[in-house]
Design a binder for this molecule. Structure first.
Ligand SMILES: CC(C)(COP(=O)(O)OP(=O)(O)OC[C@H]1O[C@@H](n2cnc3c(N)ncnc32)[C@H](O)[C@@H]1OP(=O)(O)O)[C@@H](O)C(=O)NCCC(=O)NCCS
Length: 249
């Protein structure tokens, strides 16, 4: 697996780098926040795929790499107008987007990625959305930053696994349980496993870069994703909320 991050400040002006279908989807978005997020996610995914497939970064070349959505919201890739057997997952938070690209093959396995920032999470949040074991994991840590990191991390891993399942937050977040390994490797990644009620497991990885938390999950154990060349560095990235002054597009 490979991954890439980009900030919203890197997104090109105009819409020529979007496919006609993506331009139509963008035209239907009224809120600036969603507009900016859609563009940042698309730009990051297109750059990731262009890098991996050794394509150009020109607007026309990026427009030929389409990130569409299945009816349930899960993304798919089309190259030059044809569906491509490549799994991607995308996420954004606070002005930054990440894309995970799976190994190419005839029937690629689903993958999930989620980006969060370490922010305050209430006891009620932990009570409402987490399983008993997850609540115990969070509350065993000192109140404040350590607990907030754990709560956002568990939340993020749930979202990554629910993206693997292609259901997203339609599911009850307590239907999947996250187990976090806090031992980091030299490259910054540490392990996690998400287990569904039916026993299915989704092994993955997490890392903290600055205020950002990144989680990935898949259906089979794999090495942590390696970064694609040319992306932004989340460790020094500033979270931004540029839409606040202009809520409507
Ligand atoms: C998946 C989901 C949890 C992500 O929400 P989020 O944390 O706000 O957003 P993120 O930035 O982390 O991820 C957004 C991306 O998740 C992906 N996604 C959306 N639904 C997905 C699903 N069912 N399975 C896998 N990935 C999904 C999309 O690629 C989306 O980006 P895009 O719309 O630009 O293609 C949320 O979108 C969800 O629950 N979606 C399903 C239910 C829903 O409301 N669907 C409405 C659209 S049909």
């Amino acid at each position: 697996m490979r991954w890439l991050a980009h900030g919203e400040h890197e997104v090109p002006a105009g819409t020529q780098w979007l496919s006609p279908r993506e331009q139509a989807a963008l035209a239907g978005i009224r809120f600036t926040k969603r507009h900016v997020e859609f563009l940042t996610r698309r730009f990051t995914a297109k750059r990731a795929l262009a890098t991996l497939l050794r394509r150009e970064f020109s607007p026309a070349a990026l427009a030929a790499i389409e990130i569409g959505n299945h009816p349930g919201g899960a993304p798919y890739v089309a190259l030059d107008g044809r569906p491509a057997p490549i799994e991607v997952s995308i996420s954004d938070r606070a002005g930054w987007a990440v894309c995970l690209v799976g190994p190419q093959g005839a029937a690629p396995a689903p993958i999930g990625i989620d980006l969060e920032i370490v922010e305050a999470r209430s006891d009620a949040f932990v009570d409402d959305f987490f399983t008993a074991a997850e609540r115990e994991f969070v509350r065993a840590l000192p109140a404040g930053e350590a607990r907030y990191e754990a709560a956002n991390l568990v939340w993020s891993a749930k979202e990554a696994a629910l993206k693997v399942l292609k259901v997203g937050l339609r599911a009850d977040t307590r239907e999947v349980e996250v187990a976090i390994d806090r031992r980091r490797r030299a490259d910054g990644w540490a392990g996690l496993v998400v287990t569904a009620r039916d026993g299915a497991t989704f092994p993955g990885w997490w890392r903290r870069d600055g205020v950002f938390l990144l989680t990935v999950a898949g259906t089979v154990p794999a090495e942590p994703p390696s970064p694609l060349h040319g992306g932004g560095d989340l460790a020094s990235a500033e979270p931004t909320h540029s839409w606040i002054g202009r809520p409507l597009v």
